[in-house]
Design a protein around this ligand. Structure first.
Ligand SMILES: *[C@@H]1O[C@H](CO)[C@@H](O)[C@H](O)[C@H]1NC(C)=O
Length: 453
């Protein structure tokens, strides 16, 4: 009887845990909805399209009211933007900021789930010193305007940076900001830190590849494909893909300034599916590999080596091609969907295709808790693989060998141990470094066995 009671208490806990967890599942996958185009489908059709996918957040560059309205009651989180041109008035006039909130937020909130306002785009690297100096005051005024509308904390304020704010990014542990931008960044980061808003940045492995196409294995490293990895000589961490390396370089730069608590958001990342004949990198195959593998990587929740066990909020670039953008052909070829709402190529975003991977009800998996050290995870890995569990899938050539990180391998092994040892709560303990999750960590051909308790 006592055992039965214990069991139902755990069940009740898991039901709660699941309800909470499912609401949060995959909410780290967002998409950029740019509008420099003359052929886009109506916002209502776009809202339907988004609801048929596992995309749960959308970033607008402006604050088009038709789009914001079309997304009402969809549960989709919305990032809206104040244009660079609005910065001077926002900075100098609190009333302008209040009016901005009154016209762009108040009429739509909370039916339309506005979660973040980005002030300006890549301002710090724009060379416009006057605009750069006005960025923080503009953000502060918008924050004050939100506070007076009792929306402070509910809707965050930030800005978006290009990777050019980094002077050093390789190896990731040496990631540092440009000394000339340090003062301004210090102010902005102080704002992020105090208001709990994220540091938003645009890492593009595509551009890293483009600038150095002849480096050995660079394409595979940038596309999350099998490669021999790059060891960070300071930390001895072996990086298996460029995305993690870039995000961890940003993490190192933030940490080196003392802002360890400020979260990173990937505001844009993507890969063009076509380009001009003289462009290196764009192709349907590469775009599909990058975006598909990135999505699988995010869903696996292995995180990056410096931020294991959780996926950074990532907004894919982009929802549609923007046919009016200037520049080489690749600039107009980042779209995941065509104007007729069909996929440009399949990256596993449609709900139908991801449902195959989603669990039937009540299935649970054993996963590492966030923040557990590599040393502990390695100990778990050694323990499991030394106790007759088949660790073949995480050995070279196995379906779960990639990503080749201790976190990913330990996650696979710990779950397999739990599933094959009776699925008792104590089989998913590992000295309190593990927890049960209702999110299926499987990705690509790597299947994590699941089971109900
Ligand atoms: C970040 O905010 C926390 C809490 O408000 C504060 O204690 C800390 O000093 C801040 N960090 C920096 C580097 O300003």
């Amino acid at each position: 009887m006592a055992i039965f009671l214990y069991h139902s208490a755990i069940l009740a806990f898991l039901v709660l845990f699941q309800a909470f967890n499912l609401a949060d599942s995959q909410s780290f996958i967002g998409v950029n909805y740019g509008q420099v185009a003359d052929n886009l489908p109506p916002p209502s059709a776009t809202a339907k399209l988004l609801q048929s996918t596992s995309i749960e957040k959308v970033r607008l560059y402006g604050s088009d009211p038709t789009i914001i309205k079309a997304l009402a009651n969809t549960g989709i989180g919305i990032v809206i933007g104040a244009a660079n041109g609005d910065i001077p008035a926002l900075a100098s006039d609190l009333n302008f900021a209040k009016n901005w909130i009154n016209s762009n937020v108040i009429p739509f909130h909370p039916a339309s789930k506005i979660i973040l306002i980005t002030v300006g785009n890549e301002v710090i690297t724009s060379n416009d010193q006057s605009l750069i100096n006005q960025l923080l005051p503009a953000m502060q005024n918008l924050q004050n305007a939100l506070n007076s509308a009792s929306l402070g904390g509910k809707i965050k304020v930030s800005t978006v940076h290009s990777m050019a704010v980094l002077r050093e990014s390789e190896p990731p542990s040496s990631g540092r900001f440009h000394p000339s931008m340090m003062n301004v960044l210090k102010g902005l980061l102080g704002f992020n830190n105090a208001s709990g808003s994220p540091f938003a940045i645009n890492p593009y492995p595509y551009f890293a590849y483009k600038s150095d196409p002849n480096r050995p294995e660079n394409l595979a490293f940038c596309l999350f494909q099998p490669n021999s990895g790059r060891v960070d000589s300071k930390t001895k961490i072996k990086y298996m893909n460029m995305f993690d390396a870039q995000v961890d370089a940003v993490r190192s730069a933030l940490d080196s300034m003392g802002f360890k608590e400020v979260e990173i958001v990937v505001a844009e990342t993507g890969w063009p599916y076509k380009g001009d004949s003289n462009e290196v990198g764009p192709s349907l195959e590469n775009a599909k590999a990058y975006n598909g593998n990135l999505i699988a990587h995010l869903r696996s929740k292995v995180g990056t080596p410096l931020m294991p066990g959780k996926s950074v909020d990532t907004y894919l670039f982009a929802l549609y091609d923007e046919d009016l953008k200037p520049g080489p052909t690749s600039e107009r070829a980042f779209g995941l969907f065509k104007p007729d709402l069909t996929m440009t190529y399949d990256v596993g975003l449609s709900k139908q295709s991801s449902q195959v991977k989603l669990s039937p009800k009540n299935e649970v998996w054993c996963v590492p808790k966030p923040g557990v050290s590599d040393v502990q995870l390695q100990a778990n890995l050694d323990y499991v693989c030394g106790h007759g569990i088949d660790c073949g899938p995480i050995q070279p050539g196995g379906a779960c060998f990639e990503p080749n990180t201790i976190t990913a391998h330990a996650a696979y092994a710990m779950n397999l141990y739990y599933q094959t040892s009776g699925r008792n709560p104590w089989n998913c303990d590992f000295s309190q470094t593990a927890m049960l999750s209702s999110n299926n960590p499987s990705y690509n051909n790597c299947v994590y066995p699941g089971g109900s308790i």
